[in-house]
Design a binder for this molecule. Structure first.
Ligand code: CA
Length: 220
């Protein structure tokens, strides 16, 4: 999953960026409203964390412009403490959730997990497909109750597919959602990761749909 983190406070941006990366997200950052508006409109993020007090263009205006441009990405806004007015204005402008500063990183992570799975129509943090289960809270996967050891890349790939069971996912889409903007992207790498993950999963779970991409399905 790939996130956009918009925060002008350099220290907070660095801290949150590291925490989000440690939680397995690919993270792009912006430190002002104009860059945020552009990135949010042009890159396919799975969720956006948006501070409201931003230089150049304020967060509320950025959010309104995204929604006016039909950007449907889930957005969590960061508001000043006790500013109920910001929360109301943010939700009215199309925010999906909010957190008042200061907050615990764990709460941000939990809210992001919920936003991302709800965007895919999933109610539970425990995803399953056939015998494979993935706990998005702990980042652990299992097959028929047995722990499935995965590298960070394999976990990201499996999590992306598990949020979209039965859907065809192209290599380009995987590339765009698993890597940050400044990452070295190579679709051959995706093939390698798919092949490795496939060997760890029950036979036939990752289908190749010729010319289109991959599909995760429960084994027959
Ligand atoms: Ca700010």
């Amino acid at each position: 999953m790939r996130l956009l983190l918009v925060e002008d406070d350099a220290l907070l941006r660095a801290q949150l960026g590291s925490a989000l990366q440690a939680a397995g997200y690919a993270v792009d950052t912006a430190d002002n409203g104009r860059d945020a508006e552009h990135l949010g409109q042009t890159e396919p993020y799975d969720a956006i964390v948006l501070d409201l007090g931003l230089p150049v263009l304020d967060g509320l205006t950025v959010l309104q412009r995204w929604r006016a441009a039909a950007v449907a990405t889930p957005v969590l806004i960061l508001t000043a403490r006790d500013s109920w007015h910001d929360k109301v204005a943010g939700i009215d402008a199309g925010a999906d959730d909010y957190l008042a500063k200061p907050f615990h990183t764990e709460e941000l992570l939990a809210r992001l997990r919920a936003l991302i799975r709800r965007a895919q129509g999933m109610a539970s943090p425990l995803l399953s497909c056939g015998p494979v289960t993935l706990d998005t809270r702990t980042g652990r996967a299992s097959v028929a109750g047995m722990a499935l050891p995965l590298t960070a890349h394999e976990y990201r790939l499996l999590a992306y597919l598990m949020h979209r069971p039965g859907q065809v996912v192209s290599r380009t889409e995987i590339n765009e959602h698993l890597y940050a903007q400044d990452a070295d992207r190579d679709s051959n790498t995706i093939e390698v990761f798919v092949a490795r993950l496939r060997r760890k999963l029950p036979a036939g779970m990752i289908e190749t749909v010729r010319g289109l991409g991959y599909r995760l399905a429960a084994p027959a």
